[in-house]
Design a protein around this ligand. Structure first.
Ligand SMILES: Nc1ncnc2c1ncn2[C@@H]1O[C@H](COP(=O)(O)OP(=O)(O)O)[C@@H](O)[C@H]1O
Ligand SMILES: Nc1ccn([C@H]2C[C@H](O)[C@@H](COP(=O)(O)OP(=O)(O)O)O2)c(=O)n1
Length: 232
C-alpha cells in the first residue's frame, strides 16, 4: 500500500448473508460519494467462471488459477453496478443459488483468497471506499477507521432473502433458504482462512427488527464520529 492509499478512509461492512451489508454499503457509498467494493461478487465471479468451465470445485490449484486470471470489470449501468465476466453482464447469474453455494466453497480456499487480495485493495481510491464482505475489517483493510459487523437472526435473514427473490419472481421455499443460510454461515465461520468474524475494533450492529434507514443512520453517525476525529 502506498502512503497516499493509507490516507484514504475505508468503511468496512462485514457480516453473514442477508444481514443487509450490500444494501447499507450501497446507500453509504452514494451518500458519501465513495467507491464501493462488493467483495462477495469477486468470489461469486470466481465460482461462476469455474462452473462455466466445469472445473472441479474442490481442486484448489485450478480455482486459484481461475481467481488469479479472472477477466472481470464492474460498470455502472442504469444506476446499478453491473458485473462483467469476459465482457458479458453476469449480474443476475452470480446471484443464483447454485453460484452462492459454489462461492462459499471456493471462498474457503486460501489460494483463492490470496489471489483476490490485491484486486480488493486496489478499490481504495480518493475520496474513500465502502467495502462489504466477510473479512474486510480483519484481513483486507485492517487499518480502516470505521468497521461495522452487521448481523440479524438467521430466520430474519432467510425471510429477507425470500422477499427479495419473490420480488424478482423467483419461487423458493423459506425452509430451503433457511437451511442454505445456516449451511453458508457454518462454512463461512468455521473455515481456517479469514473466517467470518468481527474485527476486534468493529462495532457490532444487530439489525433484527431495525429497518434499513435505522441501520443507515446508526452507521452514518459512526462515520461522522470516527472520520472527523481521525481527519482532525
Ligand atoms: N434492516 C433491514 N430490514 C429489513 N430488510 C432489510 C434490512 N437490510 C436489508 N434488508 C433487505 O434484505 C435483503 C438482503 O439484504 P442484502 O443487503 O442483500 O444483504 P447481504 O449483502 O448482507 O447479503 C434485501 O432485500 C434488503 O432490501
Ligand atoms: N470478503 C468476502 C466476501 C464474500 N465471501 C464469501 C462468503 C459467501 O459465501 C460468498 C458470497 O458472498 P456475498 O457477500 O455475495 O453473499 P451474500 O450476499 O451475503 O449472500 O463469498 C467471503 O468469503 N469473503
Amino acid at each position: 500500500m502506498t502512503d497516499k492509499q493509507s490516507q484514504v478512509p475505508v468503511i468496512t461492512i462485514d457480516g453473514p448473508s442477508g444481514s443487509g451489508k450490500g444494501t447499507i454499503a450501497k446507500l453509504l457509498a452514494e451518500r458519501l460519494k465513495y467507491s464501493l467494493l462488493d467483495s462477495g461478487a469477486l468470489y461469486r465471479l470466481t465460482a461462476l467462471a469455474a462452473l462455466n468451465r466445469d472445473a472441479d470445485l474442490s481442486d484448489e490449484a485450478t480455482l486459484t488459477e481461475i481467481a488469479a486470471n479472472l477477466d472481470i470489470r464492474f460498470e455502472l449501468r442504469d444506476g446499478e453496478v453491473a458485473a462483467l465476466l469476459e465482457d458479458r453482464d453476469v449480474s443476475r447469474d452470480i446471484r443464483m443459488e447454485r453460484v452462492s453455494m459454489a462461492a462459499s466453497k471456493v471462498a474457503a480456499m486460501p489460494g483463492v483468497r490470496a489471489a483476490l487480495l490485491q484486486r480488493q485493495r486496489d478499490f481504495r481510491r480518493v475520496p474513500g471506499l465502502v467495502a462489504d464482505g466477510r473479512d474486510m475489517g480483519t484481513t483486507v483493510f485492517p487499518d480502516a477507521p470505521v468497521k461495522v459487523f452487521l448481523t440479524a437472526s438467521a430466520e430474519e435473514r432467510a425471510r429477507r432473502r425470500f422477499e427479495q427473490l419473490r420480488e424478482k419472481g423467483v419461487s423458493v421455499s423459506l425452509r430451503d433458504l433457511l437451511e442454505d443460510i445456516r449451511a453458508r454461515d457454518a462454512r463461512d465461520m468455521n473455515r481456517a482462512a479469514s473466517p467470518l468474524a468481527p474485527a476486534e475494533d468493529a462495532v457490532e450492529l444487530d439489525s433484527t427488527g431495525v429497518d434499513i434507514d435505522g441501520v443507515l443512520q446508526t452507521v452514518l453517525q459512526l462515520v461522522r464520529d470516527r472520520i472527523r476525529v481521525r481527519g482532525g
